[in-house]
Design a binder for this molecule. Structure first.
Ligand code: ADP
Ligand code: MG
Length: 452
């Protein structure tokens, strides 16, 4: 086989694997010659050699053989000054794992937090779907949805779930190249590669992972060249059927300044959100964290009511919730007092104040109107029909319960009604709540939605 024949074969390969794969992987190969059934190619890095060997070795061998050359084996050689293992492929050698370069040798994953495992993740209604999807991906079986896109507000467990997936994959499939990093780190590496004129290496490295996980992808919105590169990396991996897992603080379509073609690509797999935590989940998380604190401070007593109080009073952010518990134990241990409600209020005054959410009358009215499917104008208007009057009373009741506004103030917001009307409405609902399961349920639902 001559250089010319190799040239012709290259065209053929280009058609088989597509222009972009060709450009990334085949074009950089320098054909050195064929001797005793061994075809030798010079490659710029051992990584590229390993990659080509692993992914295109059979194809190369097949194409060369069918073009008439008698090739048994392909070898890749790296210029002597770069420390490298030789990579080869061929019939005589059926140990492809020899060519496998673990990701840690080449592209360090961002460190994973030891605490962020599936075992430590408490599952509840708000996160059960996200958890199930994460579990599925962590099995590392056939790629069924690509990418998995996890989104949700701050401190709801996105990073925790991603680390859990990475841990699980590393245990189940130690040979997989699992790369976890934040979108910010992706950008940093990209910029560095540009600066050092190492884009080829950058592309190679990212295209050679088996599982790519990018956390907080909203970070690259508005950063044009990083988005562009991310898009290409993403597509190249999807084309190879490699699993991608992405997180963001909102849904793909809602990330401002994210190119629409990227947003639509991100939506093409499974999109699941982590909902704001509810009381039960928060309580469950507190219970699960309690064990570690108990171990650290075995001498401390904690009143059962304290956890419920915290789960009620602290917003949806789990990070804040954990921080509160940690501080509570440290504080109690320092002052030598048992952990009861009084201590909790002393110690966490600032957190409790910050997470006290002010619910407004307008919000309540909007939610109630929405819930009963009537117009806001009908809710506050003069009509006395039951279909409007009942929701109106429910709204008044919720205003009384969830805001600190006085009856006359509430009345003013309901079409200048008198405070006695409001009082009557509130009483009526209090009665009905005990007799009518539907009303009780409606109120509970609305209250949760408003407090979330
Ligand atoms: P996000 O990435 O969504 O902002 P994190 O994954 O960093 O949030 O979670 C914040 C903290 O809350 C972490 O310490 C995490 O372990 C904890 N956490 C969140 N959700 C859960 C859960 N369901 N069970 C246990 N811990 C949780
Ligand atoms: Mg995070």
């Amino acid at each position: 086989m001559t250089k010319d024949q190799w040239g012709a074969l290259q065209q053929d390969l280009k058609e088989s694997i597509g222009a972009s794969n060709y450009k990334n992987w085949i074009e950089p190969l320098g054909f050195e010659g064929l001797e005793n059934g061994v075809a030798t190619f010079a490659v710029p890095t051992s990584f590229l050699g390993n990659y080509v060997s692993r992914n295109y070795g059979d194809l190369l061998l097949y194409k060369m053989t069918s073009s008439g050359a008698s090739v048994r084996r392909i070898e890749f050689t790296v210029p002597a000054n770069t420390a490298a293992r030789p990579a080869s492929t061929g019939q005589s050698q059926s140990t492809p794992q020899m060519m496998h370069t673990p990701a840690s040798d080449v592209l360090p994953s961002a460190p994973l937090d030891k605490r962020f495992t599936f075992d430590a993740f408490v599952v509840g209604k708000p996160n059960e779907l996200a958890h199930a999807a994460a579990r599925r991906v962590a099995e590392g079986g056939e790629v069924t949805f690509n990418p998995l896109f996890l989104y949700g507000g701050v401190g709801l467990g996105k990073t925790h779930l991603m680390h859990a997936i990475a841990w699980e994959l590393q245990t189940r499939h130690p040979h997989l190249n699992v790369l976890y990093l934040s979108a910010e780190q992706f950008m940093y590496r990209f910029v560095q590669a540009l600066r050092d004129r190492k884009m080829m290496d950058f592309k190679e490295l990212f295209r050679s992972v088996d599982v790519l996980m990018v956390d907080d992808v909203q970070f690259i919105a508005g950063k044009d060249s990083t988005q562009e590169e991310f898009f290409h990396t993403f597509n190249a991996l999807v084309d190879q059927n490699k699993q991608i897992i992405i997180s963001a603080d909102r849904a793909p379509g809602e990330i401002k300044d994210l190119e629409s073609r990227i947003a639509s690509r991100l939506q093409s797999g499974l999109v699941v959100d982590l909902h704001p935590t509810d009381f039960e989940l928060r309580l469950g998380i507190l219970h699960s964290k309690l064990a570690t604190h108990r171990a650290t401070y075995p001498e401390l007593e904690i009143e059962g009511k304290v956890l419920e109080f915290l789960a009620h009073r602290i917003s949806t952010n789990v990070r804040v919730l954990e921080g509160a518990l940690t501080r509570l134990f440290a504080f109690a241990s320092l002052v030598g007092r048992p952990i009861n409600l009084e201590l909790t209020q002393d110690c966490l005054a600032d957190i409790l104040r910050a997470s006290e959410r002010k619910i407004t009358i307008e919000e309540i009215q909007r939610k109630v109107a929405e819930h009963y499917n009537i117009r806001l104008s009908e809710l506050v208007g003069p009509k006395r029909l039951r279909v409007f009057a009942r929701p109106r009373q429910v709204a008044m009741y919720l205003c009384k319960q969830l805001t600190s506004r006085s009856l006359p103030e509430i009345g003013r917001h309901f079409g200048k009604r008198d405070h006695t009307t409001v009082m009557h409405g509130v009483r009526r609902i209090e009665e009905l709540k005990t007799q009518d399961g539907q009303i009780a349920e409606d109120i509970e639902m609305l209250r949760r939605a408003l407090e979330a």
